[in-house]
Write a protein that binds this ligand. Structure first.
Ligand SMILES: Cc1ncc(COP(=O)(O)O)c(C=O)c1O
Length: 442
């Protein structure tokens, strides 16, 4: 191994691979590019009962009909045990794929079960899609900010992520056009656009109806595939549904769905809807990765969808999350008037711009010491931006805990601002690594 490779291994702040690791010099470059996500590294602290965690994106599944599920599962095992507990096919079970066609119908998708591949959550769909499209150094265009779990996958396949900004109406078409044109001029081929059009994680916004055909048209013209990730689309607080990009160009869009937020993440079942050719490759990649997705999970979900009023369950989720969103925005109004945020109309997240002078990443240890956790905006960019934002999740804590969490956060921010006013903020850096002058911190 040459010196520069050793140096870069030593320099990599990966959290893995140190001189104490006997296999330190054997790891592939892609492993050295992996780092613990800012959300995951918080889990240990955030899960302590005294901490109000506004950090994780865990759904609140307390309202699930556990007795019903217990009986359903017992009956399934009794009646179809040998089938449930056996290997299955790499594409996933046909009876579930047929039900998924029905699940996507309320959003306007007309699909065929043959075009669906079942995956281990939509996270694994992100993984195999990246695997089949991305060579090291290839370009993926993604919203700024983007889902941290997708960025982690893209990084592990050594993709180059180029961000395009979004605003309150989602991804900005002009900015996308400009970026794709610039990349074309530079001779850099874009493998796909990654977007979460509905109730975005972390930004909480949705792509407006006017922008959807524009985004699809721009990508079509530049011959860029769209990866539409939609785990929250059914969780609109006003029972609204939005046109999937997939319906505007079925051949040009791979659509990802998941049962994690609308039912339960523990089953680990998601899916990818793609055209025939892409589906064939996804099935091969799926077989390589897991042989077959969980039969137990798939057949349990198929039975749940057949025998329970799943839409009523989703409606219950909507009103429960809506109440929590209201608690979050009321608390922000009350305790953090100097910050700014969007009012999400669905999903799990509020994206808060912190008062000027605060660095959300640097403040996090102080916040957890004060028993409140959030995710710094920096987790959601591939390039270190985002210190001026934080993601506050309202999905898991009760309304009372949300209010208490925001109150604690306001105390931390207040003392942080006092410190900054007195001493400046030595931890705050611009993207170039140059310290921000104190005069800019107020
Ligand atoms: C935007 C987005 N995509 C994908 C996932 C992965 O979900 P799962 O693998 O549980 O389906 C999440 C989870 O938080 C998410 O927020």
């Amino acid at each position: 191994m040459n010196d520069s490779r050793i140096a870069s291994k030593l320099d990599a702040s990966t959290g893995v691979g140190t001189r104490l690791d006997p296999w330190f010099d054997r790891y592939a470059d892609r492993a050295l590019g992996m780092k613990q996500s800012e959300t995951r590294s918080l889990f240990a602290v955030a899960n302590r009962p005294e901490v109000v965690s506004l950090a994780g994106g865990m759904p609140n599944i307390e309202g699930l009909p556990l007795d019903f599920l217990a009986e359903m599962t017992a009956k399934l095992i009794r009646e179809r045990g040998p089938q449930l507990l056996q290997y299955g096919g790499g594409q996933g079970e046909e009876e579930l794929r047929e039900m998924i066609v029905e699940v996507m119908r309320p959003e306007g998708i007309r699909a065929h079960p043959d075009d669906i591949t079942i995956t281990t959550g939509s996270q694994q769909a992100l993984d195999i899609i990246t695997q089949i499209f991305i060579n090291p150094g290839d370009v993926i265009v993604a919203e700024a900010p983007s889902y941290v779990g997708a960025l982690g996958v893209f990084r592990s396949y050594q993709a180059n992520v180029v961000h395009v900004p979004l605003d309150k109406d989602g991804l900005i078409p002009d900015a996308l056009e400009e970026t794709l044109t610039k990349l074309e001029r530079e001779g850099r081929e874009v493998k796909f656009l990654y977007t979460v059009p509905n109730f975005h994680n972390p930004a909480g916004v949705s792509m407006s109806p006017e922008r959807r055909p524009q985004i699809v048209e721009i990508c079509e013209r530049h011959h860029v595939l769209i990866l539409e990730d939609n785990p929250y689309g059914m969780l609109g607080f006003n029972d609204q549904t939005m046109t999937p990009l997939q319906t505007l160009n079925p051949d040009g869009v791979i659509y990802l769905g998941s049962f994690s937020k609308t039912f339960a993440p523990g089953y680990r079942v998601g899916w990818a809807l793609a055209n025939h050719a892409v589906t064939q490759r996804l099935i091969l990649a799926n077989e390589n990765a897991v042989l077959s997705p969980t039969k137990m999970g798939q057949l349990s979900i198929a039975e749940y969808l057949r025998s329970y009023d799943w839409m009523a369950q989703i409606k219950e989720y909507r009103s429960m999350y809506r109440e929590r969103r209201d608690a979050m925005t009321a608390a922000l109004d009350k305790y953090l008037p100097q910050a700014s945020w969007n009012v999400p109309e669905g999903g799990f997240y509020t994206w808060v711009k912190v008062p000027e002078g605060i660095d959300a990443k640097a403040m996090l240890p102080r916040a957890t010491t004060n028993l409140v956790a959030y995710v710094s905006g920096t987790a959601f960019y591939a390039d270190g931006q985002g210190g001026d934002h934080m993601r506050l999740s309202f999905c898991y804590p009760t309304p009372e805990r949300i209010e208490e969490g925001v109150r604690r956060l306001s105390t931390v921010i207040k003392s942080e601002l006092e410190t900054v006013e007195m001493f400046g903020n030595p931890e705050r850096h611009t993207d170039t690594g140059v310290e921000t002058p104190n005069s800019n911190l107020r």
